[in-house]
Design a protein around this ligand. Structure first.
Ligand SMILES: Nc1ncnc2c1ncn2[C@@H]1O[C@H](COP(=O)(O)OP(=O)(O)OP(=O)(O)O)[C@@H](O)[C@H]1O
Ligand SMILES: O=C(O)[C@H](O)[C@@H](O)[C@H](O)[C@H](O)CO
Length: 184
């Protein structure tokens, strides 16, 4: 198994198209953790709204974030941890997810707009259109250095390389919530 499985509850965050689902799936597979796609926890109205090209607001996201928070809590005392996909765009959303969930770690996938836009344009059959990227970037509050449970990974390289860097950064972070590792 890759990595030391130290971090049992990982949230992969970032704007739409940053690669959260792909990276999280692979982290879950390699670390033998449960994969949870936060998009599956959206109320149907949220998915319909985004599919119509309308960005969600705080009110729309509140029940969804609460579902994700509770889902993560369910893994608190289990042997098997989880890797959760959640955009977690604002700092207060991340605070909400941390509440009652000590030791969670965020893997923040970031990349240039042009790189992400191109990947979204190539992606087939997803409800989130590439035209939504700018609204996602506008809402994003980039995690600052004080959020020391966040690992940043640049998504420009191949998926394999992004996953490799994420695993290395997770292993290098000695205790959940005590160090910030920048990779890229
Ligand atoms: N490192 C990478 N190199 C090339 N293509 C990538 C990379 N990472 C992801 N992709 C591709 O980019 C697209 C977006 O990735 P993915 O769907 O995982 O993003 P996401 O953040 O989960 O998006 P959303 O939040 O909209 O569901 C997919 O088509 C995926 O195959
Ligand atoms: O907070 C949000 O605006 C949403 O969570 C979006 O990020 C989408 O769910 C996702 O990107 C599409 O898959």
């Amino acid at each position: 198994m890759a990595g030391d499985n130290l971090h049992k509850r990982i949230i992969v965050m970032g704007v739409s198209g940053s690669g959260k689902s792909k990276v999280a799936e692979e982290l879950a597979r390699q670390l033998n953790l449960e994969f949870i796609d936060g998009d599956d926890l959206h109320p149907e109205a949220n998915i319909n709204k985004m599919a119509r090209g309308i960005p969600l607001n705080d009110e729309d996201r509140a029940p969804w974030l609460e579902r994700i928070r509770c889902e993560i809590s369910g893994f608190g005392h289990n042997d098997k941890g989880c890797v959760v996909v959640c955009s977690a765009l604002k700092r207060r959303y991340r605070e909400q997810l941390r509440t009652g969930n000590p030791g969670i770690v965020f893997v923040y996938l970031h990349g240039e707009r042009a790189v992400i836009l191109q990947r979204m344009q190539k992606r087939q059959g997803h409800f989130m259109q590439a035209s939504m990227l700018d609204s996602q970037l506008a809402v994003l509050e980039v995690p600052g250095p004080e959020e020391n449970d966040v690992i940043e990974i640049d998504v420009r390289p191949t998926l394999e390389e992004v996953v490799r860097q994420a695993l290395a950064a997770l292993s290098a972070q000695p205790e959940p919530g005590t160090a910030k590792v920048i990779s890229g």
